[in-house]
Ligand binder design. Structure first.
Ligand SMILES: NC(=O)c1ccc[n+]([C@@H]2O[C@H](COP(=O)([O-])OP(=O)(O)OC[C@H]3O[C@@H](n4cnc5c(N)ncnc54)[C@H](O)[C@@H]3O)[C@@H](O)[C@H]2O)c1
Length: 430
């Protein structure tokens, strides 16, 4: 008989992970504290954007509600048939770097009361390194009254997938796994082996926790380097993307590309998780500097836009600015830590009138408008934030005619630049 598992937390990771296990024939109980989300899921609706072999996540969800393999619920009572619990509840970080561990700790306390002898608890959330042994396992032990590693299994394997490719990467990426005991690691390896054909690398709990945070911090540092190269290239009047493309022809050079900042739940949080695992918060100046460089990019770009408006006799406070794309990266509807949102909020704080258009982001932020036309009409400046799939089908030559003729464009990857004719200098200066 196929296993029954419970997935705790049905967000960007937990929902596609649950449905991936359903695809493999397992029974999955999905548990979330958000009652509204559970209602929506029970109706076959989700705002999480993934597709798998040409099928949307909503369609996969509907199939597995119908097949009876997936049961979304807010009640821990419904998890009784589970032999394994996979936790995907994260640790949000506030703008000033404060970690909110409450959701994860609550999940541990509820879980401690739900597990039975012989069950497996597998944590897949990104953690502050050291948290398994200091915080999570003691909570499970206290609430269950059972001995970890003896009465139940407990293990850690961070989730490494990228939003948008999750359903594929759950099945292909290698996983780094640490168990409380060797048999805990083996139990987790057996479960994960049902889903992935990637290699399962077993190590200590501490290394498994740190690996994930180090991977993300590495990307933060590399992107900060790319941002510095962007400033260098501007000073030398070069195209940074061409510079990086050429440098990457060397087999031992792997530069990433600069953008309008770094967004999402993973990379920007990594520094804060690493820092929280150390006593001395000044111990890692390189990581701190990288975070500061990346976090500052929206300020730099919006100051540049303000400067270009001033050059043509306008002020940002009297300008209409169109922001195209609000997701945290191209193709994403996740706006957590989105640099495009940061840019928009900065523009508003400078007094600009901002209209943002993003056909993928459905949450309708206060400055979001429903059509591209509404966004662009009368715009004095445009920021190309993130590039959504629908943008590739737009007739930009036509769409951009709705902007002012001397529109200022901040478009790092030159997607719209070819459609915006340079404004005649005598008019510009006159
Ligand atoms: N989003 C990504 O691209 C990504 C990639 C790799 C790893 N991760 C990691 O995976 C974890 C989850 O990320 P996410 O993006 O899915 O987060 P999310 O916020 O989208 O999902 C978390 C879910 O947990 C639920 N929840 C909160 N407290 C709960 C509780 N006590 N019991 C049950 N459910 C509870 C929330 O309602 C939410 O639906 C994080 O640790 C994150 O760092 C995320």
């Amino acid at each position: 008989m196929k296993k029954t598992i419970s997935v705790v937390g049905l967000g960007f990771i937990g929902l596609p992970l649950s449905l991936s296990f359903c695809e493999k024939g397992l029974q999955v109980i999905g548990i979330d504290v958000d009652h509204r989300k559970i209602e929506q899921l029970l109706q076959g609706q989700t705002s999480v954007h993934e597709d798998y072999q040409g099928e949307t996540l909503s369609s996969i969800l509907q199939r597995h509600l119908q097949s009876g393999r997936f049961t979304p619920t807010s009640s821990w009572q419904d998890t009784r048939a589970s032999q394994a619990f996979i936790v995907t509840v994260g640790i949000p970080v506030s703008l000033d770097g404060e970690l909110n561990t409450a959701p994860l700790f609550h999940a541990m306390e509820d879980l401690g009361q739900a597990i039975k002898p012989g069950d497996l608890v597998l944590i897949r959330s990104t953690l502050v390194p050291g948290m398994m042994e200091k915080e999570l396992i003691p909570r499970l032990k206290a609430k269950s009254g059972m001995e970890p590693g003896v009465d139940f299994h407990v293990a850690y394997a961070a989730e490494r997938v990228a939003e948008g490719r999750a359903m594929y990467e759950f099945q292909t990426l290698d996983i780094v796994l640490g168990g409380y005991t060797e048999s805990c690691a083996q139990a987790a390896k057996e479960l994960l082996g049902e889903l992935t054909s990637g290699q399962l690398h077993i190590t200590t709990l501490s290394v498994a926790e740190a690996v994930k945070v180090v991977e993300n911090a590495q990307r933060d540092v590399n992107i900060a380097l790319a941002q510095q190269l962007a400033r260098y290239s501007e000073a030398r009047n070069m195209n940074v993307y061409e510079l990086i493309r050429m440098a990457n022809t060397h087999p031992r050079v792997h530069l990433l590309e600069p953008g309008i900042g770094v967004g999402g739940y993973c990379i920007p949080n990594a520094y804060h998780y690493l820092n929280a695992s150390l006593d001395d918060e000044n111990a890692m100046p390189l990581f701190r500097l990288a975070r500061q460089i990346n976090a500052y990019v929206p300020n730099y770009l919006m100051d540049r836009m303000a400067g270009e408006l001033t050059d043509i006799g306008k002020s940002i406070a009297n300008s209409h600015v169109a922001v195209l794309g609000l997701g945290m990266k191209d193709g994403s509807n996740d706006t957590r830590n989105s640099p495009a949102v940061d840019c928009t909020e900065l523009l508003i704080s400078y007094g600009a009138k901002v209209k943002a258009y993003d056909p993928t982001v459905t949450e309708m932020l206060p400055y979001q408008v429903e059509s591209l036309e509404e966004c662009l009409t009368g715009a004095d400046a445009i920021l190309v934030g993130t590039w959504q799939p629908e943008f590739s089908n737009v007739d930009w030559a036509k769409a951009l005619r709705q902007c002012k003729p001397d529109v200022v464009l901040v478009d790092l990857k030159d997607r719209l630049t070819p459609y915006v004719a340079p404004y005649p200098s005598e008019v510009k200066n006159g």
